[in-house]
Ligand binder design. Sequence first.
Ligand SMILES: [Zn+2]
Length: 401
Amino acid sequence: MKRTGDLQLIKELNKSIILDVIRKNGPISRAEIAKKVNLSPTTVTSAVSDLIRDSLVVEGGTGESSGGRKPILVQLNPDVCFLIGVAIDASKITIAELNLNAKVKRKEVHSLKENIDFDFCNVLIKMIDHFFKKCKNLNNCLGISITIQGIVDSEKGMVAYNPKLKIHNLPLKNAIEDAFNIPTYIDNDTNGSLLAEKGFGNYQQSKNLIYVTIGDGVGASMLVNDSIFRGFHGGAGEFGHTTIDYKGAPCNCGNVGCLENYVSWRAICSRIVSEIEAGNKSLLVEEVHEDLSKITPELFRKAIFAGDVLANTILDDMAFYLGTGLVNLIHLFNPERIILGGELAFENPLLIQKVNEHISRYALQTHSRQLEVFPSSFGNDSEVVGSASLLLHELFHFTLK
Ligand SMILES: [Zn+2]
């Protein structure tokens, strides 16, 4: 049986670009598509016929006539097939079913023990297999799209290095494809988040974007002239391991004074705990009934809003260090926008505001005048929308216009 919306059928670039125009502008006539993509009406008509035959596009309604017959309009059929997004971080694996508009239909979160000593691939395959059991028709699954922290060679489908999960050179794409016989895509989590903003977020027009994640690690992904800057081995964007204090504490990467040791959740949480243990008062103590191991990023944000002095002092320092790192990135890359994601930036407008103030004070005016730092567009679903965006980018090629 033919797989609906087989990726092979729509791989040709023109068709992909036409499909993206339909997704963003539908309902739209064939003539309007031809104008937007600068292709001949014959090429557009033939591509649209293929997309309709493939059920990815449907006809519906008529547009304004420019003299002759009213044109029939076409639009994306987002629920004709689905894909699986898998977001892996140091503490959990989130699996979701999404449609072609990156809309989450169903989501499961599995926690990971801190020091895992199990076969990571097998655990992941079992989780995906369990998730598939509740999917209606696997023939309609376009693929599996996986993001993971660390250094990822997306072309080879290899996780080169993930210290938190103790992974070295793991051929994850092959392992998943062998297990399920479904096309699989993998990339670094921050690259996925950047693609999500570019394809579905509020900043689709920007060709020079930087996405920074601050969670249990700190990473960056850079969109340079509409293409992700990956470096030689896919290792570009290790923003968390750039030095901001050469007299600072040693980092587990071998360097000293790395940004990650000042602004990641691990660093922030250990500072909260040590300040409280040193006798500083905080609303957080009551919130967790004196069990300091229960402090979460969400409670930290709540304490900031409630005006807790300790939480706000730590936030000020965090914004200062993060702002310092961002000014370095701004001077190197001169981006149009910076987007801050990750659980410490989520619903944290005061952090965004303070970082913006730091940048306007310390960055070169030529670089900062029109630049602004924004929060991620996707809130709670940002991780899996980021994962899904790897596959959806193959489908729509949204960085190519
Ligand atoms: Zn480091």
